[in-house]
Design a binder for this molecule. Structure first.
Ligand code: ADP
Length: 249
């Protein structure tokens, strides 16, 4: 089946799923998880993926990340088929898994240095992203000195520092307390707007999906075809500036 297309699928960070099929094996029997899923996500769009536990949300995100391979079909990024991982995509998990022996700044710079950026340039870019997530005062702190929300902010800075076109988030706020979660939802909305990335977010939280996404992809666990629901609600306002948090681009 082909789900509807919204906007411009040719902008940077556009993702096309073409007839994606994926099964696992359970007790010797095939367990179909994704059945012929086709969907176009435009560059800069924010898409939330929701559905009951076990419906295939994480599997779809892993396919998009290139961490899992499909049985059939293709993932295209900016029109080109992708198979493995690539720097145009960054993944953020529920736990940021920071390196405990490195400071905040070093954690963010680490991935850049591994990719060959000279130390000074890596630190400069890391500093900009640490500032973006509001942690400039904590550049020299170690992960053990951070709260859960702060650690997740570092994880977001680390992902953004590689300047991906597409941010893939798997329950990124799932481990945080309710208040921190609300703050972080606003942070994510602001970052998504400022960084002009495509955001694909797996969440259990329907309110979060509606707050953050342009469209919500609803998967089912029983083989019912997925649905895509556009979100068209009044935008919440930033509590500091009074601006609408989610501005359309
Ligand atoms: P969700 O993220 O929606 O909870 P998942 O994508 O994690 O769902 O899993 C979808 C289904 O695929 C589940 O039934 C799960 O048990 C199964 N599954 C996921 N990964 C594997 C795997 N590596 N091997 C076997 N079964 C798997």
């Amino acid at each position: 089946m082909t789900l509807d297309t919204l906007g411009d699928a040719t902008a940077r960070g556009a993702v096309s799923l073409r007839h994606l099929t994926k099964s696992f094996t359970l007790n010797g029997q095939p367990l179909p998880v994704l059945r012929n899923l086709s969907l176009d996500i435009r560059g800069g769009e924010s898409l939330a993926i929701v559905g009951p536990s076990g419906c295939g949300k994480t599997t779809l995100l892993r396919l998009l990340a290139g961490l899992e391979s499909a049985d059939g079909g293709q993932v295209l990024i900016d029109g080109a088929p992708v198979t493995g991982v690539g720097t145009e995509r960054a993944v953020i998990y529920q736990e940021p898994r920071l390196l405990p022996w490195l400071t905040v700044l070093e954690n963010v710079a680490f991935g850049l240095e591994v990719r060959g950026l000279p130390r000074g340039a890596a630190r400069d870019r890391a500093r900009r992203h640490v500032r973006l997530v509001g942690l400039s005062d904590f550049e020299t702190a170690y992960p053990r000195q951070l709260s859960g929300g702060m650690a997740q902010r570092v994880g977001i800075a680390r992902a953004l520092a590689v300047q991906p076109e597409i941010l893939l988030l798997d329950e990124p706020l799932g481990a945080l307390d309710a208040m921190t979660k609300l703050t972080m939802q606003e942070e994510l909305a602001r970052i998504w707007h400022e960084e002009k990335v495509t955001m694909i977010l797996v969440t259990h939280d329907l309110e979060e999906a509606i707050f953050l996404a342009d469209r919500v992809l609803v998967l089912s666990a029983d083989g019912t075809p997925p649905a895509v629901i556009p979100v068209d609600l009044p935008r919440p306002r930033d509590r500091n500036t009074g601006d609408f948090v989610r501005m359309r681009r």
